[in-house]
Write a protein that binds this ligand. Structure first.
Ligand SMILES: *[C@@H]1O[C@H](CO)[C@@H](O)[C@H](O)[C@H]1NC(C)=O
Ligand SMILES: *[C@@H]1O[C@H](CO)[C@@H](O)[C@H](O)[C@H]1NC(C)=O
Ligand SMILES: *[C@@H]1O[C@H](CO)[C@@H](O)[C@H](O)[C@H]1NC(C)=O
Ligand SMILES: *[C@@H]1O[C@H](CO)[C@@H](O)[C@H](O)[C@H]1NC(C)=O
Ligand SMILES: *[C@@H]1O[C@H](CO)[C@@H](O)[C@H](O)[C@H]1NC(C)=O
Length: 318
């Protein structure tokens, strides 16, 4: 038995053996019915469709002495503290900046496995996770999409290599400083593209339209639930899901007199496209990049493994 486990076991047997800091934490936790660290609030029992889609994906730890206190301490202990901590299957702990969109909240009574470190407390269940939210000061806001970044507007969440090997946006780029909404849209723009897609927390894809029919790639907004690794206050798609931003086609004013020399307008002259809800028109015959744009240097077209593989931190199935 390791010293840490021994110490934990010993302090569990008798509070008087605990270090003063541990004792004060336990006393504070005692006033919290969920026995989590102060500042953490129980938000409920959620499904966890492990291992394909983890509900909390960023970090994990397994400890036979698991308690809500230990798990919330672990998740709040990172340089950028996580917003959520969850216990599962008696001895597992997971952390994330967001509860992934694949999770479904269920009746709290279903999370009824005893905690490994304190059998009077509950630590999730089989494929069920007890989730706590970090309400301490200094903890970042939950990740969100941005309605507008530069001249790009948010189009929604779309499928990628989901049941097909065909990519939704064809060009992959490395973004200096890591993938963020600003960084990816800026990189796509600089390389002559009007569509930018963020995926799996860390990928940036560009194009001049969707490479697949809209009907094949439509996804619920909530599917794009993964925080950007480089800025956890922003959303960066999910596994096989793209958060898409695009520069809308120019709106032709209905009051402007038609000029004979101008090319026929491609957009409706009566309906101004909405900047938030309406997905962009599908470009099945995707335009090649403009000739003035520099050729993409870091693009790859066959990066299918990155998004189809489950996150590396979630190898243990409950
Ligand atoms: C939290 O971080 C401190 C300092 O790095 C470390 O001593 C402690 O073991 C950590 N706690 C957990 C639960 O990881
Ligand atoms: C949760 O389950 C318990 C036990 O079956 C039941 O009494 C309670 O009404 C349920 N709560 C909800 C919100 O469904
Ligand atoms: C914790 O923060 C969330 C998000 O800001 C909020 O919805 C919730 O009410 C807070 N809970 C407590 C107990 O402050
Ligand atoms: C947005 O588009 C307008 C018109 O093409 C251009 O003048 C402006 O510089 C663009 N802004 C950004 C941030 O790219
Ligand atoms: C789009 O979906 C339809 C219906 O599932 C399917 O038959 C078709 O092959 C798909 N198209 C592409 C290009 O994947």
């Amino acid at each position: 038995m390791s010293f840490a486990r021994l110490a934990l076991f010993a302090s569990f047997l008798s509070g008087s053996l605990a270090l003063p800091s541990e004792l004060s934490q336990r006393q504070a936790a005692a006033t919290n019915p969920n026995a989590a660290l102060p500042g953490w609030t129980f938000v409920g029992c959620f499904t966890d469709a492990a291992p394909a889609t983890r509900t909390l994906q960023e970090h994990t730890i397994t400890n036979p002495g698991m308690t809500p206190l230990l798990c919330t301490e672990f998740c709040g202990n990172f340089t950028t503290p996580l917003n959520f901590a969850g216990t599962e299957f008696t001895d597992e702990c997971f952390c994330d900046f967001n509860i992934q969109g694949t999770a479904v909240k269920v009746n709290d009574t279903l999370c009824n496995f005893p905690c490994g470190g304190d059998s009077t407390l509950t630590c999730g269940g089989a494929s069920l996770i007890s989730i706590f939210q970090n309400n301490n000061t200094g903890v970042g806001p939950l990740p969100t999409n941005k309605a507008k970044v530069g001249n790009f507007t948010f189009d929604g969440c779309f499928k990628d290599v989901d049941g097909t090997d065909t990519r939704t946006l064809l060009e992959s780029f490395t973004v200096q400083g890591g993938v963020t909404i600003e960084g990816c849209t800026g990189t796509c723009l600089a390389n002559g593209f009007t569509f930018a897609g963020l995926e799996f927390g860390e990928e940036c894809w560009c194009g001049n339209g969707f490479n697949l029919p809209l009907a094949n790639i439509t996804a619920p907004l909530g599917d794009c639930s993964r925080a950007c690794e480089a800025n956890p206050t922003e959303l960066c798609g999910a596994a096989n899901r793209l958060s898409v931003y695009s520069i809308p086609p120019p709106v032709v004013s209905s009051s402007a007199p038609p000029t004979t020399s101008a090319p026929p307008p491609t957009t409706s002259t009566t309906a101004k496209p909405s900047t938030t809800a309406v997905p962009p028109t599908t470009s099945t015959t995707s335009k090649p990049p403009t000739t003035t744009a520099p050729p993409p240097t870091t693009s790859t077209t066959a990066k299918t493994t990155a998004t189809s593989a489950p996150p590396t931190t979630t190898t243990k199935a409950a």
